[in-house]
Design a protein around this ligand. Structure first.
Ligand code: BES
Ligand code: ZN
Ligand code: ZN
Length: 489
């Protein structure tokens, strides 16, 4: 699927013309001037009442027109309700349907909506089409042969900027979702690194993979503990995109990389374990983000730090009741081996803080079922020790139209992390679980401006929903990209 610019006023020719339509009291309307010879076909359709332009509805009409033998009507629902999300969803539905048709070219018209500029609509429509065309092809032959899409647009320069961004987003989205959807037996810690290395080759991102020996030398006792039970040892992966060496500003992104979470000896039951190959979605999305920054040649220094381990159960597994020493020197009593994410993140956060001189740290993690219970599967949680950083991030999420809610780092709950035999414990009750996990992480970042994103609910869908197919969603990639590259919409 390729996107092309054509000047607005150009008369064109293609296999189909796509016309967005609004639902309107038992009929529908559209805001474009339609070629004269197509009007009769539309009015015949209107008489039947077969198409009401409900959101995502599609209708193929066949015409006598020499320019467009097919007219494709796309429903957006009532005009008053149309926003970026509706555009994404409807244009995604269009691409999903196109996968089964054999068309080679379509002229795609966009709706005129509200006060938002045309560039905003163009970006949302293209993003929708990118989501809608995603197919996970690793283990199953997929539909191929999307048509070339031609967008009549007023400005070539503006089109070019949006196009470049959407292409970078698409690559990053595919990379992120493919990594998450991949079998756990292929993306064990070293496998994940190999896979990422092969994908980012030639991008300008500098990459290091540290093995278990290095992790031992670094005294990352928590990452080692979590990785102990697996036949595939832990790794630390560091990806760095540093185009402005003279600029001291440096963001570190830390992504949770549990390549499969069995729960360890506190094993997860059926019903909870099935989707746990997604427990490296934080790692995948920070890789995706870096690939987008490099693709767009964004002049900001960003490093991704990814602790990787498989939380397995076996004779060597770390055990409830044991105490391990973190890289920071803090000792941690393991009260639950299923609260493993915060352990590997703690060592990665500490290393990032002491070795990388970051200006700010953002960690992304499928961290707690409690966050999913609290916010559901469309909103991710944000915790931060910095109001200004949190505010900047929330603004980016609003622009990107991904839902986030700031959650409290309520210090009173620190009591519950106290241990009788160590400096703290890794888990206590499930009540307030997302906050407790965030408080645990905070101990390892101290005063450094920091955001923790809990994406346990939003990273992976058991069933297809909206413009997301079944499986990985790449959440919160749009927000992360918007945070670093504010769109001028
Ligand atoms: N990986 C899970 C969290 C999770 C749950 C991610 C659902 C995606 C969907 C995490 O490691 C975990 O198991 N957390 C425990 C913590 C508890 C033992 C304190 C949880 O949330 O139940
Ligand atoms: Zn767990
Ligand atoms: Zn986990």
């Amino acid at each position: 699927m390729k996107f092309h610019y054509i000047p607005s006023e150009q008369r064109s020719k293609a296999d189909a013309l796509l016309l967005p339509c609004f639902e309107e009291e038992g009929s529908f309307s559209y805001t474009h001037l339609v070629p004269e010879e197509l009007l009769a076909t539309i009015s015949l359709l209107k008489k039947t009442g077969d198409f009401l332009a409900k959101k995502g509805d599609l209708c193929f009409l066949y015409t006598e027109s020499k320019s467009f033998p097919r007219l494709l009507l796309l429903g957006l629902g009532p005009k008053s309700g149309v926003d970026g999300e509706v555009v994404r969803e409807s244009y995604a539905a269009l691409t999903t349907a196109l996968a089964k048709k054999k068309l080679s070219s379509i002229v795609v018209l966009l709706p005129h909506i509200g006060e938002r500029g045309a560039s905003w609509t163009l970006q949302a429509a293209m993003e929708g089409m990118v989501y809608g065309s995603y197919q996970f092809c690793r283990y199953k032959k997929q539909e191929t042969g999307y048509p070339e899409l031609f967008f009549p647009y007023p400005s070539l320069d503006e089109f070019f900027v949006i196009h470049q961004r959407v292409v970078a987003f698409k690559k990053a989205m595919i990379l992120t979702r493919d990594l998450v959807n991949m079998n756990a037996n292929e993306k064990y810690p070293a496998g994940f690194c190999d896979s990422v290395l092969s994908q980012i080759e030639g991008s300008g991102i500098v990459c290091s993979v540290f093995d278990e020996k290095w992790i031992q030398q670094e005294k990352m006792g928590l990452l080692l503990a979590v990785g102990r039970g697996s036949a595939t040892p832990p790794r630390m992966m560091v990806l760095s995109w540093k185009p402005c060496l003279s600029d001291p500003d440096h963001t570190v992104l830390v992504g949770k990389g549990i390549t499969f979470d069995t729960g360890g000896l506190n094993v997860k039951p059926s019903g909870s374990i099935e989707t746990m190959k997604d427990d490296m979605a934080g790692a995948a999305v920070v890789v995706g983000l870096l690939s987008a920054l490099a693709e767009m040649n964004i002049q900001k220094n960003v490093t991704a730090v990814i602790p990787l381990a498989e939380n397995s159960l076996g004779s060597r597994s770390y055990k409830p009741g044991d105490v391990f020493r973190a890289r920071s020197g803090t000792t941690v009593e393991i009260t639950n081996t299923d609260a493993e994410g915060r352990l590997i993140l703690a060592d990665a956060l500490d290393w990032s803080k002491t070795e990388l001189a970051p200006t700010r740290i953002i960690d992304v993690a499928t961290l707690t079922g409690a966050c999913e219970v609290a916010l559901g599967d469309e909103i991710f949680g944000l915790f931060s020790n910095s109001d200004s950083l949190a505010f900047e991030f929330e603004k980016a999420a609003t622009r990107a139209q991904e839902a986030v809610v700031r959650m409290p780092l309520y210090q009173g709950y620190n009591e519950r992390l106290k241990s009788d035999i160590a400096d703290c414990k890794n888990a206590s009750s499930r009540v307030g679980g997302a906050i407790l996990a965030a408080l645990f992480l905070e101990r390892f970042v101290g005063k450094l401006p920091w955001i923790h994103l809990d994406i346990a609910g939003t990273a992976f869908y058991k069933d297809a929903k909206g413009y997301y197919g079944k499986g990985a969603t790449a959440s919160p990639l749009r927000t992360l990209l918007e945070f670093f590259v504010s769109s001028t919409l």
